[in-house]
Design a protein around this ligand. Structure first.
Ligand code: GDP
Length: 193
């Protein structure tokens, strides 16, 4: 009987169904048109659609498997609320990760990203939310108005993760989610489901 119980223990350690699944709420912030919905769509479906609706969906989900746990990302899109330059505090509540997105071809969106960061700082408890600054539309480098280094410097000054992505080509999108997943595992204890 002891042998049987040992065998069961050993096999369960390797059964994916037995892995811990942790729920992570991640919110997207940034001006209209920077590619938030496209990124959310990319995260969850790993493909790009040029006709993604900007308004409507509450959140999409995506699973990220780490060696010791599975993180179930609930990716919240603003559903168009950003047009009013702020979103309801409910949107931020319980968020363990936030992406502040700008469009590298629109300087205005980079200026706005700094305002979103300030708003975010008012809403979250430092150290409890992993925040990444994201320069999207990296595939349109000919139209670039914001230098890579400007994004890097802003992120460094504020202690944020930083990357440039392309929701269109998929460049750096899954790497970003993976980096956030690792950071969350290091710095917070997400809610178990
Ligand atoms: P949102 O308003 O921030 O949610 O932005 P959307 O996801 O609706 O994207 C706005 C427009 O930019 C759409 O026409 C998208 O097809 C386009 N778009 C989004 N991401 C990219 C990208 O990485 N590269 C390019 N070239 N276009 C993008």
């Amino acid at each position: 009987e002891r042998k049987e119980s040992k065998r069961r223990k050993e096999s369960s350690a390797h059964t994916p169904a037995e892995r811990r699944t942790l729920r992570v709420k991640m919110v997207l912030l940034g001006s209209s048109g920077v590619g938030k919905s496209s990124l959310a769509f990319r995260f969850s479906k790993e493909e790009f659609s040029s006709t993604v609706p900007t308004v409507g969906c509450a959140y999409m989900t995506h699973l990220v498997c780490l060696h010791d746990a599975t993180l179930r990302f609930e990716i919240w899109d603003t559903a168009g609320q950003e047009k009013y330059h702020s979103v309801t505090p409910l949107y931020y509540r319980g968020a363990q990760a936030a992406l502040v997105v700008y469009d590298i071809t629109k300087r205005e969106s980079f200026m706005r990203a700094q305002l979103w960061l300030r708003e975010l700082e008012r809403q979250y408890v430092p150290g409890e939310t992993v925040v990444a600054l994201v320069g999207n539309k990296g595939d349109l480098s000919d139209l670039r108005q914001v230098m890579l280094q400007e994004g890097q410097t802003l992120a460094e000054n504020k202690g944020l993760l930083f990357t440039e992505t392309s929701a269109k080509s998929g460049s750096k999108v899954s790497e970003l989610l993976m980096t956030i997943a690792h950071r969350i595992r290091q710095s917070t204890t997400p809610e178990s489901t």
